[in-house]
Design a binder for this molecule. Structure first.
Ligand SMILES: N[C@@H](CCC(=O)N[C@@H](CS)C(=O)NCC(=O)O)C(=O)O
Length: 226
């Protein structure tokens, strides 16, 4: 039996997408990270980091959304899994890439555009964060452009099919369309992202709306995003 901890309005939605792609039944424990539920002794026994998502697969317990998705793809297979060692390396590479290069500026921009209450948003900070996205998204844009087969624009990040690499990158970038962050500057990324989000397994996320409180001090803000 698979158990997923974490509400949809959290990084747990990344794993819900993967579980649905793989058509795996699972128990969903909607642990809310905003009300202290991730810091109870019971939850800390599941994930001592006090964060969601966490996953239990039988007796096996793990955390970290990208690693969970790589595990699920490899264990439960189908075309989403890497087909060989080189694809495995590239799926890992792109999963690390998106959380180190894209996630924080995108989250910061999204918070200042939509996730913080209107009176706590700062458009200048949003624009600075969006500017930081240019370097990594140019890299992804050029990568996808080099893989596009004409006339169809059907490029994928690794191999010539949708894999865990596409899913992991696309799900980190989910906040962009929700939070009014245009991908127009990176047309191949925009087209690829829309195509990924069109997959039925990704649809649950479309209806999720949430807000996060802006930390009261600049240090709190730094701790939240850096
Ligand atoms: N790198 C982790 C980050 C997990 C994370 O920060 N989760 C947030 C919710 S989206 C959380 O649980 N925060 C609770 C806290 O920081 O106390 C992952 O990708 O799984």
């Amino acid at each position: 039996m698979i158990v997923l901890y974490g509400a949809m309005a959290s990084r747990a939605h990344r794993v819900v997408w993967m579980l649905k792609e793989l058509e795996l039944p699972f128990e969903h424990i909607q642990t809310n990270f905003l009300d202290g539920s991730t810091h109870t002794p019971a939850f800390l026994a599941v994930n001592p980091n006090g964060r969601v998502p966490a996953l239990k697969d039988g007796e096996f317990l793990m955390c970290e959304s990208m690693a969970i998705n790589l595990y699920l793809a490899k264990k439960y297979g189908n075309g989403l899994a890497p087909a060989n060692l080189e694809e495995d390396a590239l799926c890992t590479q792109w999963s690390f890439w998106v959380v180190t290069e894209v996630e924080k500026p995108l989250l910061f921009a999204s918070a200042n555009r939509a996730l913080f209450k209107a009176e706590s948003r700062d458009e200048e900070q949003a624009l600075m964060a969006i500017a930081k996205l240019d370097r990594p998204l140019k890299v992804l844009d050029a990568h996808l452009a080099s893989r596009s087969r004409h006339p169809a624009k059907d490029a994928f990040v690794v191999g010539n099919r949708f894999t865990v690499a596409d899913l992991n990158i696309a799900t980190v970038m989910d906040l962009a369309p929700q939070c009014g962050i245009s991908l127009d500057a990176w047309p191949h990324v925009k087209e690829w992202h829309a195509r990924c989000l069109d997959r039925p397994a990704a649809h649950d996320w479309k209806s999720v709306r949430f807000s996060i409180p802006r930390p009261p001090t600049p240090l709190g803000l730094l701790k939240m995003f850096v």
